[in-house]
Every structure is written in structure tokens, then in C-alpha cells.
Ligand binder design. Structure first.
Ligand SMILES: [Zn+2]
Length: 337
């Protein structure tokens, strides 16, 4: 249930040589929507709304290859447009200089030009619990130097903020100071009410793609999509336990090659789940989002878990399923290299 990867691998590999050939070879990997569509048939669930949010723009990638990042974003944007989905991307401006700055900025422009929103995800993707309220607030302010003028120029309002790791500040005075600063600077916190830990699958997937191992890439995509569909089902049951209905969900995804290559599979899941994609702003009109978030613990947890404390209601933890062990093991292996 912890969110967002450490960027250790990304930063550690900055000195690596760019293997454009591998990135080009990777373009042959695409999700098989037929395989995804042949999952166990079930009665269609009742309709529900969902907002799609993508963190860590201009992208999370195992190795700093600009061609790979560009291809990922082009495919992701094309998938969103093909299905007429709205989306918002949360930016870490600290990543702009990690590969080729002008092309990284061009990725952000591409998102805006496609009609999607951008939000602030801090400059360096640090944890408020590690650096404290002052430094964290400075990191948020530093995280809008490029995107604020870009949004202004596009006549859009920069208003959404997403906490890295979903850590909102601990203990309570730290959280209160951050909340106060955000509100005073016109930011709204973007909560998360569906989190299928996609980041944990993404690095093993990049590794398979970059090594040209198509069988392994296919295997990871299939496991990821099946896990995501089961996890969405769990969140719907969790919403039922808290509110007796489907709330308008906000799903956390990341700007990764995995999601780009799986896009048709993800869209098929939403169709089977009878879920209609709406903008974040619209999802936030659901009165559920007015439930106070009094959680000030250290762990980054999503909002249904926070509200279960506020409302003093249990979530259906008995049937919550963790990320498959094999994926977790492979992620840890790559992260420790
Ligand atoms: Zn993140």
C-alpha cells in the first residue's frame, strides 16, 4: 500500500550510456488486449466514475534513455486520446535535468497540448517525514518553476498537488504546516482512492523490455493487468464498506512504459468494471472527498484507509491481496543493483 518508487535506481544510473537501439527495439512490445479481454467472465458491475492520475512525469524509467521516455509518453498520450479519457500528470521538475532537459520539457508540453492537466509532485520527490515541513514546502515551491509558466501560457490553472509516497506529513504539526502552505498558495491535494502499486511492476517490465525479453515482458503485463483488475475490485468493496456505494474514484498510476504498453488492457478493465473516466476536478465533487483526513502517521496510505479511521469503519482487509511475491522480489533485486 506504500506508493511511488524510490528514485534510487533512476538516479544511480544517470551515468549510464544511452542505448537508443534498445529503446527502438522496445517499440515492438505492445499489450495484447485479446488476452486481457479473456479474463473470467463476471456479471457487469454497477456503473462508477474514475479519474486517472499519472505520477512522476516526465516518466519513470529504469535507465536514463530519452528515446525510451519519449516513446513511453507518446504511447501513453495516444492511448488516452484514443479512448477520449481525461488525465492529469504530476511532475517532478527535478527529473528534467536527469536526461535531456529540452526533450523532458517537450514531454510536459505534449501532455498539455493533448488537453491533459499538469500538477505539482514536488521538485525532488522527497518525503516530508524525512526532510521536515520547511524543506518539503521549499521543495514544492521549487517544483513549479517550469510548469506554472507553462500552465499560465496555456491559460490553465495550476492547482493540483500530489504528495510523493502519499506521505502527507507526520507528526500532525508537520502535516498542518504543509496543508496551510498548500491552501495559502492555491493548491488542492489530489487524494488517491485506487492504488494497484503499478510502480512495483514497472521496473521489472523496463528490464525485460530493455533486454529484449518479449516473453518476460508479456508475462509481467499479464500479471500486472490481472492484479490491477482484482485490486480495483477490492477498492470498490472498500468504498462499499465505508460509504455503502461507489465513490468517484481517483486512481494512481505512473508515467511508465508498462502503462503505455498495457493501455488497451487497462481500458478493457475499466470497460469490464463499467467505469467511466472523468476529470479529477469532477471526481472531487463527490461528497466523500469532504470526509476529514485526520491521519498523521508516517506511512503513505491512500484515502480510503485514512477515512476508515475518521469514520471508524473497517476495510475488507481479509481479502486484500499484496503485489505477487515474484514481482516484489524482482523489483527489490533491480532496486538494489
Ligand atoms: Zn511519485
Amino acid at each position: 500500500m506504500l506508493s511511488c518508487p524510490s528514485n534510487a535506481v533512476f538516479h544511480r544510473l544517470l551515468g549510464s550510456t544511452v542505448h537508443a537501439v534498445l529503446a527502438i527495439a522496445a517499440l515492438g512490445f505492445a499489450c495484447n488486449p485479446v488476452a486481457a479481454a479473456t479474463a473470467t467472465p463476471v456479471a457487469k458491475p454497477s456503473p462508477a466514475n474514475i479519474a486517472l492520475t499519472f505520477d512522476d512525469l516526465p516518466g519513470i524509467v529504469l535507465k536514463p534513455q530519452q528515446d525510451y521516455v519519449d516513446a513511453t509518453n507518446k504511447a501513453l498520450i495516444a492511448g488516452l486520446k484514443r479512448h477520449h479519457f481525461s488525465a492529469i500528470g504530476f511532475v517532478n521538475e527535478g527529473k528534467l535535468d536527469d536526461i535531456i532537459r529540452a526533450r523532458q520539457i517537450a514531454v510536459l508540453r505534449r501532455w498539455l497540448k493533448a488537453g491533459f492537466d499538469l500538477g505539482n509532485h514536488t521538485f525532488s520527490h522527497s518525503s516530508p517525514n524525512q526532510i521536515g515541513a520547511r524543506s518539503y514546502i521549499a521543495d514544492i515551491a521549487r517544483g513549479e518553476k517550469v510548469i506554472r509558466p507553462m500552465m499560465d501560457h496555456a491559460h490553465r490553472k495550476l492547482q493540483w498537488f500530489r504528495h510523493p509516497y502519499l506521505e502527507t506529513g507526520s507528526p500532525e504539526p508537520v502535516k498542518a504546516e504543509i496543508d496551510q502552505w498548500l491552501a495559502a498558495h492555491g493548491y488542492r491535494i489530489a487524494p488517491v482512492t485506487i492504488d494497484a502499486d503499478d510502480w512495483e511492476f514497472a521496473e521489472p517490465y523496463d528490464n525485460a523490455v530493455m533486454k529484449g525479453n518479449k516473453a518476460e515482458a508479456t508475462r509481467i503485463r499479464d500479471i500486472y493487468l490481472a492484479y490491477t483488475e482484482r485490486t480495483i475490485g477490492w477498492y470498490r468493496r472498500a468504498s462499499m464498506a465505508l460509504f455503502g456505494r461507489d465513490i468517484a474514484y481517483v486512481m494512481l498510476l505512473h508515467d511508465t512504459r508498462l502503462n503505455a504498453d498495457c493501455f488497451e488492457g487497462l481500458a478493457a478493465i475499466l470497460a469490464r468494471q463499467n467505469m467511466h473516466v472523468i476529470p479529477l476536478e469532477q471526481a472531487m465533487l463527490d461528497p466523500a472527498y469532504q470526509t476529514p483526513d485526520n491521519y498523521a502517521g508516517k506511512d503513505g496510505v491512500e484515502w480510503l484507509e485514512r477515512w476508515s479511521l475518521t469514520l471508524n469503519k473497517e476495510l475488507p482487509w481479509d481479502d486484500f491481496e499484496d503485489v505477487p511475491k515474484g514481482i516484489e522480489k524482482e523489483y527489490n533485486r533491480l532496486d538494489s543493483q
